[in-house]
Design a protein around this ligand. Structure first.
Ligand code: 3HC
Ligand code: NAI
Length: 701
């Protein structure tokens, strides 16, 4: 018998513990082990009931995702689930930790379920472009009805024991500390009360109240159309839940299976699973493997502007005491007020209480104009103006006051961190922590490792990211690191298309249709056009005089049109509206600029816009990998997914390129380079990969 299922017999009850670390995924060994153990228990005259539980922290983390896309191996999970349900002796699922996806499906096939306090159940398959495929849609609907089933499956949320009990998904929330004991006690109770078996397929509670079930289906469809029209699997989930109401159980199972197979074959499944594994892989850098983090108890933040306030809130949320330093009393009052405003909004929305806000602001947080108040900080994050001289002056002060071993981090967007580090006596303690705005909300953190950064400083940065619940990506030093460097390139490509004939509105629409929540010009209006304008002015002196330069953005900024905050940018925001309308004045500016440059406008289809935009993004992404700014292509994918709104179901630009075919992307770049060879220089690494017939995935290993 496979070792993934451990069998213990106590008082005539066979206790099956699934033991497949790290998350007890339902790999073939577990499936076979469950099948065999059930068979054995059923046939043994000494056994009167069976308990299924998980060894370790987890009940079952779901199907084994690593098996997806490979030829299926018997016994399939659906068959195992049916076998559990068909068992002639009562089966109790004793849920000790998370029971997710296939794990919840196994539990639903047991005749009874008991949960410990720390148990969580959920059907998160939708996050992977999938749907429950081992009866989850049919059995959940039979127990809780279509409305609650749709909510659970479409939201992917993990449900706590009290709600599970209320929904009737579990029969008991147990106070036992061991799930095996809780399961055993319940099995003995079943025996005593002669409760017998209770196959879920025969239950009908959820199938009643037909009008509400039908209304729930309709509402779910409308909601998905509004929120996730690009996605494939949510609509299949709704169809499967509908089938639970309309079809006999076995037909419903077969229908679910056929929809599950369609989801499994979809490119969205591949993209989403790539994202799942990639976001776990980015946490493993050479430094985290080989060095221990330093102490991480208290943190200082220098600068209380947009970023400083957001970073402070992110740190306070994670439970750190934070000292904020500003240059004068007026600035520190402003910085403090900004943090206060973040929490006041959270109180207004009911996310935290007034008392919690008081603790955060009065006990965890302190503000000062004295750098000497940073003397005890383990990590100091600098978020002052984006100016090398200002940053160097701040680092000089940090060098003077920080304790030995304190980590000195900069939140610079573009500046050379090696130059900052080499300006002080302890360059090994300097690192980039590039947060994204709003820093207390955005999940991405680029950890920028400078030439002399010590490995344990990098490890500490990853630990800090984990404590902040951020997804951290290791980056190297260059202008813009991973994300902003790539952004700079494809934004330039968008500007070229705009000058060549595509309106900003058409470009935005094409990219929304591709799956972005917003187009690049909407983003620019949201962030404020003044930021990019300042950067362009700063870089004007060092710009390649032969490179094409589009003046449209400057013309718009010169009028003071910085986007939403000024009521107009690329779009017009009437009466404080946050939804912009196309602006004829902007179109006139674009036309005039084209005429000045002697450009005859031409048409761009949605497809052509996407083709150029993506070719530019992929080309620069490849350079970023070739230059070792990103460790692997997957690090680029995670950066653009978490910091730049790239549609998750496409897996990231590198995954997208693999799906399209690198030869096709290269051919596009070569075609475009006939118009502008300076901008469209095919990345050498891309050419090499195409010559070798290789993929980006091969570099992720
Ligand atoms: N299959 C294979 N490997 C898995 C896995 C799974 N279902 N779930 C997690 N892992 C791996 C991770 O990749 C990671 O591997 P690594 O150490 O090599 O990087 C390791 O297990 C630990 O994972 P986490 O770092 O995520 O551990 P946490 O303790 O933070 O979280 C968890 C545990 C909540 C179980 C989380 O891993 C999770 O959400 N997993 C996915 C759950 C899921 O989506 N299940 C549904 C699968 S689809 C399905 O069941 C289809 C069915 O309906 C037929
Ligand atoms: P900001 O202008 O809003 O805030 C800067 C703050 O630094 C001001 O409050 C100023 O008083 C303070 N300051 C200046 N000199 C100081 C000194 N010597 N000592 C103490 N405080 C001082 O700027 P913002 O937007 O917060 O940017 C800060 C840094 O974060 C910059 O390096 C920027 O490039 C970077 N960044 C900005 C992002 C954004 O979206 N705004 C995103 C990611 C990084």
């Amino acid at each position: 018998m496979p070792t993934e299922v451990i069998v213990n017999v106590e008082q005539g009850v066979s206790i099956l513990s699934i033991n497949n670390p790290p998350v007890n995924a339902l790999g073939v060994g577990v499936r076979q082990g469950l099948f065999d153990a059930l068979e054995q228990a059923e046939n043994s005259p000494d056994i009167h009931a069976i308990v299924i539980t998980g060894a370790g922290r987890t009940f079952i983390g779901g199907a084994d995702i690593r098996e997806f896309g490979k030829p299926p191996q018997e016994p399939l999970l659906g068959a195992v689930c049916n076998r559990i349900e068909a068992c002639k002796k009562p089966v109790v699922a004793a849920i000790n930790g998370v029971a997710l996806g296939g794990g919840m499906e196994v539990a639903l096939c047991a005749h009874y379920r008991v949960a410990l306090e720390q148990a969580r159940m959920g059907l998160p398959e939708v996050n992977l472009g999938l749907m429950p495929g081992a009866g989850g849609t049919q059995r959940t609907t039979r127990i809780v009805g279509a409305r609650a089933a749709l909510d659970l499956i479409l939201s992917a949320r993990q449900v706590k024991p009290d709600e599970l009990l209320k929904l009737g998904i579990v029969d008991q929330v147990s106070e036992y500390s061991s799930a095996a004991d809780a399961g055993l006690a319940f099995a003995l109770h079943i025996e005593q009360q002669k409760m017998g078996v209770r196959p879920t397929r025969e239950r009908t509670e959820g199938l009643s109240n037909d009008a509400d079930n039908r209304a729930a289906l309709l509402e779910a469809r409308t909601q998905q159309e509004q929120r996730a029209k690009h996605l494939f699997s949510p609509f299949r989930i709704i169809e499967a839940v509908e089938a639970a109401l309309d079809l006999p159980f076995d037909d419903g199972l077969a229908f679910e299976r056929s929809l599950f197979t369609q989801c499994m074959e979809s490119s969205q499944r591949k993209g989403l699973i790539h994202a799942f594994f990639s976001e776990r892989a980015v946490a493993k850098s050479p430094e985290t493997r080989n060095s221990k983090p330093r102490t991480l108890n208290s943190i200082g933040v220098v600068g209380g502007g947009t970023m400083g306030a957001g970073i402070t809130a992110a740190l306070l949320d994670a439970g750190f005491p934070v000292v904020m330093i500003e240059r004068d009393q007026e600035s520190i009052n402003r910085g403090k007020a900004s943090v206060d405003k973040i929490y006041a909004r959270q109180v207004a929305k009911g996310r935290i209480t007034d008392a919690q806000k008081t603790i955060l602001m009065d006990q965890q947080f302190s503000a000062s104009t004295q750098f000497s108040d940073l003397a005890q900080a383990d990590v100091i994050v600098e978020a002052v103006f984006e100016d090398m001289d200002v940053k160097k002056a701040v680092f000089e002060q940090l060098d003077a006051v920080a304790k030995p071993g304190a980590i000195l981090a900069t939140n610079t967007s573009y500046l050379d961190i090696d130059e900052i580090a080499s300006s002080i006596a302890r360059p090994a303690d300097v690192i980039g922590l590039h947060f994204f705005s709003p820093a207390n909300i955005m999940k991405l953190l680029e950890i920028v490792v400078a030439e002399k950064t010590s490995p344990d400083v990098v490890s500490t940065a990853f630990l800090l990211a984990k404590k902040l619940s951020k997804v951290a990506v290791r980056a190297g030093v260059c202008d813009g690191f991973i994300g902003n460097r790539i952004l700079g390139y494809y934004r330039q490509c968008a500007d070229y298309m705009m000058e060549d004939g595509a309106s900003p509105y058409a470009i935005d629409e094409a990219m929304r249709n591709f799956g972005y929540p917003m187009g690049p010009y909407q983003v620019s209006d949201l962030a404020g056009g003044d930021i990019g304008w300042a950067t362009r002015k700063r870089k004007a002196a060092t710009r390649d005089p032969n490179a094409r330069y589009v003046h449209i953005a400057d013309r718009i900024c010169e009028r003071g049109w910085f986007g939403q905050k000024t009521g107009r940018g690329y779009y017009l925001y009437e009466n404080g509206s946050r939804v912009g309308k196309p602006d004829p004045d902007v179109e006139a500016i674009i036309e005039a600029t084209r005429a000045e440059a002697g450009i005859q406008p031409r048409e761009f289809s949605d497809k052509q816009i996407v083709q150029r935009y993506m070719a530019a993004m992929i080309n620069e992404s490849t350079n970023v990998v070739a230059d070792k700014i990103a460790l692997r292509p997957l690090d680029v994918d995670v950066t653009l997914l978490y910091g730049y709104g790239f549609p998750r179901w496409r897996g990231g630009p590198m995954k997208y390129a693999d799906e399209i075919g690198l030869d096709i992307i290269l051919k596009d770049i070569q075609t475009f380079s006939k118009e502008d060879p300076l901008f469209w220089k095919p990345s050498r690494l891309l050419v090499e990969l195409v010559e070798r017939g290789d993929t980006f995935e091969s570099l992720n290993k």
